[in-house]
Design a protein. Structure first.
Length: 482
């Protein structure tokens, strides 16, 4: 086998790298996954645990991934492999890169489907079809009550969920948008790190933030944030079980793009001048702010119109159209802007997920970047179509990848960076001062035990949640939230 060298591609500028990294983190995880995960896990208490997971686990692993990436200068799998060898340790550690890269790939297979749903909602928002929900509800109520005077009224939330189900079962249309979305991804990733990923992110992310500020400003002026604030900010710890911790860790890692070794790949293109701790802090805080803002955009609507806060993957697509429909004419503009914004966020994340596989394939002999991107695009199309036509596996794929594979990979990365590699090895990346001391303490003594504990008890709790009967003493130990 030919030896694999350091990547020769680099980010064009520090700003470009930050945009690409923030672009990777800020995505459907913030808008789509965060609200329903928080809703399913009790709201306020979940959010507190989530914030702790970002700060004490996510940020630490993020710094580890960047450091491993820049130190090795290779894709995740090869990078970990070569660092292990350089330190005289077993090259089996390369398996960590495999777990992460597979997680990224599997996430991408359903991520593109949700993105296709987002695209499908753009023309709906533009044509003002959400504005007809109230009339439809009134008409359906009248029809039902004509048949039976005691029939319950059909609510706007009912109409919106009918609309969602109808939209995603329009399989050919979703399939068409899926192909479109994959094609855009292939096009960008094929153009390389600087000319493709970084260029796309430096255009899309500033546009994203401008739209976000506009929409949030509008929501604050027009909306009623009271019910949402009390749901999000009054923690109910009686609902917290081990499963809540697993969900919070999974969500934190998913949202930060940590635990798939993706940030190792992005780190491999980093210049020496970039300060890794500072960049990690910027990425983590931007991502967390956007998640909280998204929560405050969605829950006021959920409560105002009687939608179910634990509404699962459809929540985003059901509750927001209600709001846009109620705003009258301006709803057409705000609604369209919102789904376009979600699409921008999704795109800068999906290209990063694709880069994991492409950067690895590209290191093989005879494989070019465009060839790798097109090959991956084709496989994605096959699997994505499977989801589009069969429908229901997304929840499960999301649970296995997000809540199990990401934390597992992060656990192994932290053991590798903290215990297998020497301190000296990473001093070139993190310096020799207090930051290094603190990081090293966390990555050795806090992250591995916490993740081991959460993974074991959280998955048992989740199994219980799926209806599996566990031995009695475990049921007692695991407590609520089963
Ligand atoms: N963080 C992205 C989001 O919030 C999704 C994502 C991109 C991701 N790259 C990742 C998740 C790598 C896990 C691992 O939507």
């Amino acid at each position: 086998m030919a030896t694999i060298g350091r990547k020769t591609d680099t980010w064009g500028s520090r700003f470009g790298f930050i945009m690409a990294a923030v672009g990777s983190s800020v995505g459907l995880g913030n808008f789509w996954r965060f609200p329903f995960t928080a809703g399913e896990n009790g709201g306020g208490a979940f959010i507190i645990i989530y914030l702790a997971c970002v700060l004490f686990l996510g940020l630490v692993v993020l710094m580890a991934e960047y450091s491993l990436g820049r130190k090795s200068g290779m894709s995740a799998i090869e990078g970990i492999h070569s660092l292990a060898r350089a330190e005289g340790k077993s090259s089996n550690w390369g398996a960590v890169g495999w777990i992460g890269s597979l997680a990224a790939f599997f996430i991408l297979t359903f991520y593109i489907v949700i993105s296709a749903w987002v695209i499908e909602f753009i023309p709906q928002a533009m044509s003002g079809s959400f504005q007809t929900f109230a009339e439809q509800a009134a008409a359906q109520t009248a029809a039902a009550q004509a048949a039976d005077p005691n029939a319950a009224a059909v609510t706007i939330a009912d109409i919106s969920s009918q609309n969602f189900v109808k939209s995603i079962s329009d399989r050919l249309l979703v399939g068409f948008f899926l192909v479109l979305f994959i094609a855009i991804n292939v096009f960008i990733v094929a153009r390389g790190v600087k000319g493709g990923i970084e260029r796309a992110a430096t255009i899309l992310m500033p546009a994203f933030f401008i739209l976000l500020i506009g929409i949030v400003g509008f929501a604050l002026i027009e909306g009623d944030a009271g019910a949402a604030a009390s749901f999000l900010l009054s923690p109910d710890f009686s609902k917290v079980g081990f499963g809540t911790f697993l969900a919070a860790v999974g969500q934190a890692f998913f949202s930060l793009s940590v635990g798939s070794c993706l940030m190792i790949t992005y780190g491999a293109y980093l210049s020496r001048e970039t300060n890794i701790p500072r960049s990690s802090a910027i990425v983590a805080s931007a991502d967390t702010m956007v998640a909280l803002i998204a929560g405050f955009a969605i829950f006021p609507i959920v409560f105002a119109f009687g939608a179910d806060p634990a509404g699962g993957p459809g929540l985003f697509f059901i509750s927001l159209p209600i709001a846009f429909g109620q705003m009258g004419e301006i709803g057409t503009v705000v609604g369209s802007a919102f789904f376009i914004l979600a699409l921008f966020a999704a795109l800068t994340s999906s290209i990063s997920l694709m880069e994991v596989a492409v950067s690895w394939l590209e290191e093989r002999q005879g494989v070019t970047r465009p060839g790798a991107a097109m090959g991956i695009g084709f496989v994605l199309f096959m699997i994505g179509m499977g989801y589009v036509f069969s429908g229901t596996f997304i929840d499960f794929a999301d649970f296995i990848t997000g809540n199990i594979m990401l934390p597992l990979c992060a656990l192994l990365v932290s053991i590798f960076a903290g215990w297998v590699l020497s301190r000296k090895m990473l001093e070139s990346e993190l310096g020799e001062g207090n930051v290094m001391n603190m990081w090293r303490f966390m990555v050795r003594w806090v992250v591995p035990p916490a993740l081991t504990f959460i993974l074991i008890f959280g998955s048992l709790d989740a199994l219980q949640g799926f209806g599996m009967q566990l031995p009695g003493f475990l049921t007692v130990l695991l407590g609520p939230n089963g």
